[in-house]
Each structure stands twice: as structure tokens, then as C-alpha cells.
Design a protein around this ligand. Structure first.
Ligand code: PMP
Length: 460
């Protein structure tokens, strides 16, 4: 296939004139003269219009599990579009890929999660969860059970409900009023909030914050607790192993629904099909997106436990919720093919037994770097904490933010796409990544830290 030629200057001009990018400082985008134009990608590499090849340690936005350039996924979309490009599930209708995908995913979820509700994005899946959890309790004759407890620095999307549920201070500071009936508790962030403490005790204490909040709100008013198995956008915060089992026990004690937001951790990221499976818990609702189609088309889902389905089936009326694109046949066909590729290439086991442990070993070596306070990973997700004083969690300039951005920009110049979350660099490469490419990620980060040292020192 011939490569397209682009007029880069013109594209950047039009970008400034007409395009507002996601989650951006729009004044800054204007001042820098528009976006870097990404024109193509292959394997674990993206390429920009200037011809730079960049190793994509973010797998797009935590989503390209099978890597770029998969012709099988393009063919699956093409064939499905010729057969039935679109239809909805509103009119007592469904399409073959939609049903097959629901069945496939329920098998991967296991346990009593035998039904699936489709949406297009992670945020929409979160909206579905909020509406379904509240409707469930209403249908059970307990409408006062509507409060949902989430965590500070958790991320659950950018719609008004997703942003309300998430615990992102920067989001909450912009606009509002937010969706009522949402409470936040502390996060299990050992490096920042419990530096030097015993991880097991710290994990238990962080979980106990849930019980305290339930008692404060009143157990009879709490519908559900939601958390990401590993917080992704919050900075790849891997909870101590005591955390999730205790959270689960607290949910069971008070009879509240346990929700796993598996939008990032799902589809092999932690070395199991779903993140909650790594921590050995049994949620009642599970959101998923991203890796479900490797991002090739937008599709998301909510796994729903049998006891919730029974209640939905008992109300004798419509659950008045759903989207035009719920169960989109072409997106579903691509997701099915994506899962097939993951199975054929054994990507989940490979992440658990091979590439994940290899990344962990390389991260342990990176942790020796004088500017690194901690380098942690689980499966193929990781974070590197930048500190001003080795052996502490102190930050350059006394506050988080600038150091992360400085090192990230140098990494990108050095050919590595990583994201800065405050003063950590986060990564979640494609699950197809090789050992050599993992070496490149770690080596480029180490080199970029070295190069950043004078600028970081200038922050004070
Ligand atoms: N939940 C989690 C855990 C996420 O990481 C994200 C996206 N990063 C979302 C929800 C929202 O997904 P989307 O951007 O597809 O709406």
C-alpha cells in the first residue's frame, strides 16, 4: 500500500484553526503551532509526519494490546461492514457479532458474570454502571441506596458522570455542579502517602477507609464501591496485596455492590484477562474498553453478575438505558478478532510469565538510577517515580508536576512515547512487545533522566 503524502504545515495550521484536542491546554496548543501529526503505525512504533519513529510505550492510550498494523482487524471490520455495518439493539434485535462477543467476554470474565452490556467508550460504560447500580437497588425496593463510593485520584472517564465519580481534583476544579450521591475515599498510594510504611498494614488501612465512609454515609444508603484494580491515569498505583481482599470483605459485610473498573487493567494488562482476577476478587459489575478492540474501533462493555440480571429481569418494564452504538456489529466483529489474536498469540500468559516479569526485572535495575525513587510494574503496566533526593519521595521544586513533564518531553525527543502523571512516567506498552523493545524503553528513560538532570536541578 502506497504511503500517503501529507502537507504537514497545512495540517498543523488547520489543527490550530479548527481542532480542539482532548485533555489539552488549548492556548499552549495554539502557541506551539498545532499537534504532532501521527500518520501511521506498525507493531509497537508510531510514526509522525516528520518521519520520526517513536516507540509507543503507552500503546496509544493504554489500549493497543495487539500492536499496530494488524490486517486481520482491518479485514474483520471490512467484512462486517459489507454484511451489516450497523444495527442497534433497541428493537428486540441483535447482530451475530454482538451476541458472540457477549458470550465470549462472559466466558473470559468467569464466575457469575454471565451477561454483558455494550457501550462505545469507557466513560459510557461507567455511566451504565452508575445507572444500573442505582436502578438495581431501586428495583429491590431500596431507592435510598444510591451513594457510590470511589477514590481520590481514581479515573473513571470524562463524561459528567465519569468525571464526578473519578477523584481527579483537576477535573473537579473545572465546572460543576457534579453528579450528586458520590463520595471519595483515600487511595492506596504507598509511595506518596505511606512512604517507608509496611505495605500490608498500609493496604489494610487504605481499605478500612471504605468501611469508615460506609458508616459515615450510612450503610443503608450505599449502592456500590468502584475502583480500578491498578489506578492507571492516577499514576499506575499498584495497591498492596492486602488491599482488594479487604475491600471485597467490607463490601460483602455491608451488602454493597463491588465494581471493578477494568478499562485499563482488562484484556491482559496485568497478566490475567481482567485485572480483578489478578487480585482474586469477585466483583458484581466490571467495566472494560480499550484493549477489548485494541483501540481499533471504539467499543466498551459492562460485565453484569447474575443476581443483578435477575433483578433487571424481574421489574416487568424497560431498563430505559442504552446507546445508539450499544452492540455495534462492526466494532464487535473487530473486538472478537482482537480477542482471537490475543488467544492465538497467548498474549495474556506471555504477559504474566514472560514479558511482565522481564519488565519488572528491568524496572528493578532502573530503580537504582539516582533520580528514581521507585520503579514499579505489574504485568505490562508500570511507573517510574522521579525524586529530587535518592531514598526519599521528595520532589523537585517541592511540588509535583514540572519534573515529570521535563523528563517526558526528553523521552519523546529520544523516540519514546511515555506519559507524565505528576512526577512519574507511566507506561503500558502493547502486549506484543519484545524483550529488546522493553530494553529500549528502560534505556531511553535512563538516558532521558540523565539529560534532564540539569533542568531538574534548576527546579530546586
Ligand atoms: N475508566 C478508566 C479506568 C480509564 O482509564 C478510562 C480512560 N482512560 C475511562 C474509564 C474512560 O474511558 P474513555 O476515555 O474511553 O471514555
Amino acid at each position: 500500500m502506497a504511503l500517503k503524502n501529507y502537507n504537514v504545515a497545512e495540517l498543523r495550521r488547520l489543527d490550530v484553526e479548527h481542532h480542539l484536542a482532548a485533555q489539552q491546554d488549548h492556548g499552549m496548543m495554539r502557541d506551539i503551532g498545532g499537534a504532532r501529526i501521527i500518520t501511521r503505525a506498525d507493531g509497537c512504533y508510531i510514526r509522525d509526519a516528520e518521519g520520526n519513529a517513536i516507540l509507543d510505550a503507552m500503546a496509544g492510550l493504554w489500549c493497543v494490546q495487539v500492536g499496530y498494523g494488524r490486517k486481520e482487524l482491518a479485514s474483520a471490520a471490512y467484512e462486517q461492514m459489507l454484511e451489516l455495518p450497523y444495527y442497534n439493539t433497541f428493537f428486540k434485535t441483535a447482530s451475530p457479532p454482538t451476541i458472540e462477543l457477549a458470550s465470549k467476554i462472559s466466558g473470559l470474565l468467569g464466575g457469575n458474570l454471565s451477561h454483558v452490556f455494550f457501550n462505545s467508550s469507557g466513560s459510557e460504560a461507567i455511566d451504565t454502571i452508575i445507572r444500573m447500580a442505582r436502578f438495581y437497588w431501586q428495583a429491590k425496593g431500596q431507592p435510598e441506596r444510591h451513594v457510590i463510593i470511589a477514590r481520590e485520584n481514581g479515573y473513571h472517564g470524562s463524561t459528567i458522570a465519569g468525571a464526578s465519580l473519578g477523584g481527579m481534583r483537576a477535573m473537579h476544579a473545572q465546572g460543576g455542579p457534579w453528579v450528586p450521591g458520590i463520595e471519595h475515599i483515600r487511595q492506596p498510594y504507598l509511595f506518596n502517602d505511606g512512604f517507608g510504611e509496611d505495605p500490608r498494614a498500609f493496604g489494610e488501612a487504605a481499605a478500612d477507609a471504605l468501611e469508615q465512609k460506609i458508616l459515615e454515609v450510612g450503610p443503608e444508603r450505599v449502592a456500590a464501591f468502584i475502583g480500578e484494580p491498578v489506578q492507571g491515569a492516577g499514576g499506575v498505583i499498584i495497591p498492596p496485596e492486602t488491599y482488594w481482599p479487604r475491600v471485597e470483605a467490607i463490601c460483602r459485610k455491608y451488602g454493597i455492590l463491588l465494581v471493578s473498573d477494568d478499562v485499563i487493567c482488562g484484556f491482559g494488562r496485568l497478566g490475567q484477562w481482567f485485572g480483578f482476577q489478578h487480585f482474586g476478587i469477585k466483583p458484581d459489575l466490571v467495566s472494560m474498553a480499550k484493549g477489548m478492540s485494541s483501540g481499533y474501533l471504539p467499543i466498551s462493555a459492562v460485565g453484569v453478575a447474575d443476581h443483578i440480571v435477575e433483578v433487571l429481569r424481574s421489574v416487568g418494564d424497560d431498563f430505559v438505558h442504552g446507546y445508539t452504538y450499544s452492540g455495534h456489529p462492526t466494532a464487535a466483529a473487530v473486538a472478537l478478532k482482537n480477542i482471537e489474536i490475543m488467544e492465538n498469540e497467548d498474549l495474556v500468559r506471555r504477559t504474566r510469565e514472560d514479558t511482565g516479569p522481564y519488565l519488572a526485572r528491568r524496572m528493578a535495575a532502573l530503580a537504582e538510577h539516582p533520580l528514581v525513587g521507585e520503579a514499579r510494574s505489574l504485568g505490562l503496566i508500570g511507573a517510574v517515580e522521579i525524586v529530587s533526593k535518592k531514598g526519599t519521595n521528595q520532589r523537585f521544586g517541592g511540588s509535583e508536576g514540572p519534573a515529570g513533564r521535563i523528563v517526558r518531553d526528553i523521552c519523546i525527543t529520544n523516540g519514546l512515547m511515555v506519559r507524565a502523571v505528576r512526577d512519574s512516567l507511566v507506561m503500558s506498552p502493547p502486549l506484543t512487545i519484545s524483550h529488546g523493545e522493553i530494553d529500549d524503553i528502560v534505556d531511553i528513560i535512563a538516558k532521558s533522566l540523565d539529560e534532564a538532570a540539569p533542568a531538574l536541578a534548576a527546579l530546586g
